[in-house]
Design a protein around this ligand. Structure first.
Ligand code: ADP
Length: 220
């Protein structure tokens, strides 16, 4: 439980599903810091940065984005999960920076204020279809409950954002991930470990791809 939330004992609220799906705190903190660094390293930060956490669940990622970004839009279709996310964000002192929105992700473009505000980054840890992926050799992304390709297009076309992160099963078909970047496009795929445990992969698109190839090589 402390891997999920270091401050678990402060009174973290989780529903049953969240025990299996929440991003461990160290991984969520890394992804948030990396995203912030990528967006601010190439040009001086001139305005507040907003991140959309599209399937926020009980708030593991939302909280960590709140630690570094100016504003977080935390979206989930499930009222109970959203309530947990709001409560947990309060425990971490980030709720004042966060808007909690109960909405189907694919309806977000209808919320004019969301689109007009301008979204700098969309983070998606979409439903993985439970823990079944664990037993498969490879996860076919088109067979996840929400098609990853459709999510990608929706962000670009309706939310007008190209800085995207997908948090996906560790055995995801990487050719499918690369395919989303399009011809001539780039994606950076990161393996996220918690100690020796291979937790998931994060796929970074747009300005989130490491620009300095040398730095990239050094990191490997
Ligand atoms: P899994 O299949 O991995 O168990 P879930 O079904 O729990 O994943 O979904 C992950 C999160 O995404 C949950 O918090 C769920 O409420 C949320 N979610 C699912 N579909 C949508 C949607 N269309 N819009 C917004 N949030 C959604």
């Amino acid at each position: 439980r402390y891997q999920l939330f270091r401050r678990f004992d402060s009174g973290i609220l989780l529903d049953t599903e969240s025990w299996f799906s929440v991003t461990p705190e160290a991984v969520a903190a890394h992804v948030a810091a990396r995203c912030y660094h990528s967006l601010t390293s190439s040009h001086a930060k001139s305005r507040p940065l907003t991140v959309l956490d599209a399937f926020c669940g009980s708030g593991g990622n939302t909280i960590q984005f709140g630690q570094v970004f100016d504003h977080v839009l935390a979206v989930d279709i499930d009222f109970v999960k959203l309530q947990c996310a709001q409560f947990n964000s309060t425990l971490y002192g980030t709720s004042h920076k966060t808007s909690f929105i109960m909405q189907d992700f694919f309806q977000l473009h209808k919320m004019l204020d969301v689109v007009e505000r301008g979204i700098d980054l969309v983070f998606m840890s979409p439903p993985w279809g439970g823990v079944d992926y664990f037993h498969r050799r490879e996860t076919d992304l088109s067979e996840l409950p929400l098609d990853t390709f459709r999510l990608f297009l929706y962000c670009v076309q309706e939310l007008r954002c190209r800085n995207l992160v997908f948090f996906l099963p560790r055995n995801s078909n990487l050719e499918q991930v690369a395919y989303m970047a399009g011809v001539g496009g780039r994606v950076e795929i990161e393996q996220n470990f918690l100690g020796h445990k291979f937790v998931a992969i994060s796929a970074y698109f747009g300005e989130l791809v490491e620009k300095d190839e040398r730095k990239f090589a050094e990191k490997i």
